[in-house]
Design a protein around this ligand. Sequence first.
Ligand SMILES: Cc1cc2nc3c(=O)[nH]c(=O)nc-3n(C[C@H](O)[C@H](O)[C@H](O)COP(=O)(O)O)c2cc1C
Length: 176
Amino acid sequence: MDFLEIARARQSCRAYDEGRAVEPEKLEAVLEAARLSPSACNGQPYHFTVCRGQAAKDVAMACRGLGLNKFAVQAPVVIVVSEEPYVKSAAMGARVKGNDYRSIDIGIATAYLTAEAAAQGLSTCILGWLDDPKIREICGLTHPVRLVITLGYAKEGDVLRKKVRKDLGELVSYKE
Ligand SMILES: Cc1cc2nc3c(=O)[nH]c(=O)nc-3n(C[C@H](O)[C@H](O)[C@H](O)COP(=O)(O)O)c2cc1C
């Protein structure tokens, strides 16, 4: 699969096959992709807590609310992405330039992770609706939880949806 094929295949999965475990080597590949992602000053200001079994269920429950994310309990693996402190140079850059590099870095790592999952035939959903204090308690984390990623195999019959995106003409402009 080339990258565009992966990008077309990846979609947010909200129906998982609860009976199908994620193979350890596939989980490792997905985490390795995140590890290889670029970050400001190579600071890698994130940590991935891989939750399975009861921990996965507990974290999934902490992502529910207002009718959202009920499906998350079906996922056999739930990855909690927490934010680590800046390295000195990135902290200085963020201060001087007024830019939030940590959120950008976490977004890139998450994109790598979910893209590799798609390449492995796995499905994911990135969850931003989450209860930070509760998940920190479940996972024993002291730093903020920024995202949760559900990971597993899609339920049979979960079809690839048409992508709804702005046109390139709206997203891109050229200047010379
Ligand atoms: C930062 C972020 C937070 C998100 N939070 C949620 C969420 O809490 N629940 C959910 O079902 N989807 C969530 N999504 C998934 C988006 O709704 C989804 O990526 C978008 O609608 C595009 O659809 P696609 O992923 O199927 O291509 C989130 C995505 C991102 C990038």
